[in-house]
Design a protein. Structure first.
Length: 221
């Protein structure tokens, strides 16, 4: 199955991507994570991406599309993939349709389904202000919902927790503006293709995973 997750920052795309990809046995491809890894390594891609990410803006389409094109030609995507955070603009969606068509695999010519995680702005702000990531194992935690997080320490591996630069309040507001302007139009784009399935992405994480898998199943996945 070729699946795309769409939703505002903080909708839980990264959280759900891990569980959904495991259930579907496909690789999870998160453009935000790939950019963050490049920033951490200080690669030329990371240096270019960082100036956009830290201010809550999108990395230019050309850079992002080339990066995804490279990733989708790796052999582990032959039986499908889950994209988290891509596409994020209509030109990216158009490019993805073309990329998938050009892959020419047994899976057919297009994406199978686009799952929209629906969450309102107040919930997004609440989630992102409390999000912490572990330097050690990379697990995402929430200071309010994932106790016990003692002294900024990861409960899984004991690593140090940090807050993402782009989770500062002003940057979150900018990310929400960018989402409404550039990414929300994808709902209509995929709706018109008959590929969009929306689910309520509030409530316990496990319940949302069940909702997502049910929605994909009833869609035919
Ligand atoms: P990216 O990392 O993709 O950021 P984002 O879409 O803004 O999404 P987040 O990762 O902040 O949120 P999420 O939906 O994954 O939620 P999460 O599971 O973490 O991108 C970062 C940047 O990279 C972009 O701003 C841009 O600059 C660049 N970029 C990436 N892709 C790009 C592209 N295609 N084009 C151009 N630029 C691109 O959950 C959030 C929090 O909520 C966590 O604390 C979590 O624990 C908590 N939580 C999750 N589920 C629940 C729940 N059910 N109840 C309560 N809390 C929950
Ligand atoms: Mg994410």
């Amino acid at each position: 199955m070729r699946l795309v997750l769409v939703g505002p920052p903080g909708a839980g795309k990264g959280t759900q991507a891990e569980f959904i990809a495991a259930q579907l046995a496909v690789p999870k491809i998160s453009t935000g994570e790939i950019f963050r890894e490049n920033v951490a390594n200080g690669s030329p891609l990371g240096v270019r991406a960082r100036q956009y990410m830290d201010s809550g803006h999108l990395v230019p389409d050309e850079i992002t599309i080339n990066m995804v094109r490279d990733r989708l030609t790796e052999p582990d995507t032959a039986d499908g993939f889950l994209l988290d955070g891509f596409p994020r603009t209509v030109p990216q969606a158009v490019a993805l349709d073309k990329l998938v068509a050009d892959l020419g695999s047994d899976l057919g010519a297009g994406l199978d389904v686009v799952l929209e995680l629906v969450v309102d702005d107040d919930e997004v702000i609440r989630r992102l202000s409390g999000r912490r990531t572990c330097h050690g194992c990379g697990k995402i935690w929430h200071v309010d919902f994932d106790p016990p997080l003692r002294d900024g320490v990861c409960d899984r591996c004991g690593g140090e927790l940090f807050q993402r630069e782009d989770d500062l309040a002003e940057t979150v507001a900018e990310r929400l503006r960018v989402y409404a302007r550039d990414t929300a139009p994808l709902v209509d784009y995929y709706g018109a293709q008959g590929k969009l399935v929306g689910i309520d992405a509030t409530g316990p994480v496990e319940d949302i995973t069940v909702r997502a898998i049910d929605a994909l199943r009833s869609y035919g996945g």
